[in-house]
Write a protein that binds this ligand. Structure first.
Ligand code: PMV
Length: 336
């Protein structure tokens, strides 16, 4: 008999960035993200008993076999002891799809690995209901670090810090105290380039191993996490803006100042960031940017000023933008 388990998990955008890892996908610093709502992956796992000792594992993206990702996911499944009896006893087929375009500056590995870990864990039936989310977050981390934060919303942190209760390097936890000001934050993803990533995040993480500024960067990120938690709790928009933009620039500064330096900004990225500084100065409106490891810009602002932001985008960026994806803070994913 074939059984099916489905899950839907969103992507997330880091406000305090994870950049640098050690051992088995453990972070060198604590990170903190906003969970998206509308940009998600849907994954279905079909499994049926098999009668041979051969591994039977299929991976399909939008209905089409995806060989490179199949190899990555199969290696991931083989490595996790939690999934060993599933792989041994069942023929597995994973189908995945995203409801957002590829190469848009929205991390599909975060949403996909969150959903993949969740369906495999559910099928393995080894976690109690109370432990499920935490176990799935830990297992998702082993597939793609940032995926572990997609289990909670609207904000999640990942990484152990004495100052954060119950925090761990192994899995993410929800941010508990969130002021009204930050409950309905929007994220407009301004797409200046929609071609695939030139340099994978894994290369950037590896560069932090011998980076001359690594120690200072990890300290800075940890400090930013503590300050961001307090900003989220107290409704301090000014602190939110300065930490978020400072983090985006620090992330890219790490790329630009590593031994094998590289640059992901495009002229449009710089133009947009400068326009945002100016717009904020002119209007006093609470809007800021963050960047992932790419040239596209995430514009963050409260729902209450959405109309003004849409007008600002229309007035200023017609020539720079390929498209805009409007999303907002969400609650994390689930088995469906
Ligand atoms: O989860 P990874 O290995 O793709 O790394 C994510 C790195 C950043 O997106 C740049 C930062 C973050 O914390 O999500």
């Amino acid at each position: 008999m074939t059984q099916i388990i489905k899950a839907r998990y969103p992507s997330n955008i880091a406000l305090v960035k994870y950049w640098g890892k050690r051992d088995n996908q453990l972070p060198c610093n604590t990170s903190l993200s906003m969970t998206l709502n509308d940009s998600f992956s849907e994954v279905s796992l079909q499994y049926s008993e098999k009668h041979s000792s051969l591994t039977e594992f299929g991976y399909y993206f939008e209905g089409i076999p995806k060989e490179n990702f199949r190899a990555r996911v199969l290696e991931y499944v083989i490595k996790q002891k939690e999934f060993s009896s599933l792989l041994k006893n069942y023929a597995l087929r994973i189908d995945s799809k995203n409801n957002f375009p590829h190469s848009a500056g929205i991390a599909s590995s975060a949403s996909a690995f969150a959903a993949i870990a969740a369906v495999l864990l559910k099928a393995s039936a080894i976690s109690s209901d109370t432990d499920f989310t935490r176990d799935a977050s830990r297992l998702a981390r082993l597939g793609s670090g940032s995926a572990c934060r997609s289990f909670y919303g609207p904000y999640a942190s990942w990484g152990h810090l004495r100052e954060i209760n119950n925090s761990s390097d192994d899995y993410a936890i929800p941010v508990k105290e969130i002021h009204e000001n930050f409950r309905s934050m929007r994220d407009a993803v301004l797409i200046v380039e929609d071609s695939p990533k030139k340099i994978p995040s894994s290369v950037g993480h590896a560069m932090m191993k011998h980076h001359p500024f690594a120690a200072a960067r990890f300290q800075q990120a940890d400090k930013h996490c503590i300050e961001m938690l307090s900003a989220l709790k107290n409704g301090d928009m000014e602190a939110f803006i300065s930490i978020t933009e400072g983090e985006a620039l620090s992330l890219h500064a790490m790329m630009m100042t590593s031994g094998d330096y590289y640059l992901l900004f495009k002229p449009e990225t710089v133009y947009i960031m400068e326009q945002i500084f100016q717009f904020r100065k002119d209007t006093g409106l609470p809007v800021c940017f963050t960047l992932d490891a790419g040239p596209n810009v995430h514009l963050l602002y409260p729902e209450s000023i959405e109309e003004k932001i849409i007008q600002f985008l229309k007035n200023n960026f017609c020539d720079q933008l390929k498209s805009v994806i409007y999303d907002h803070a969400g609650q994390g994913g689930s088995i469906i």
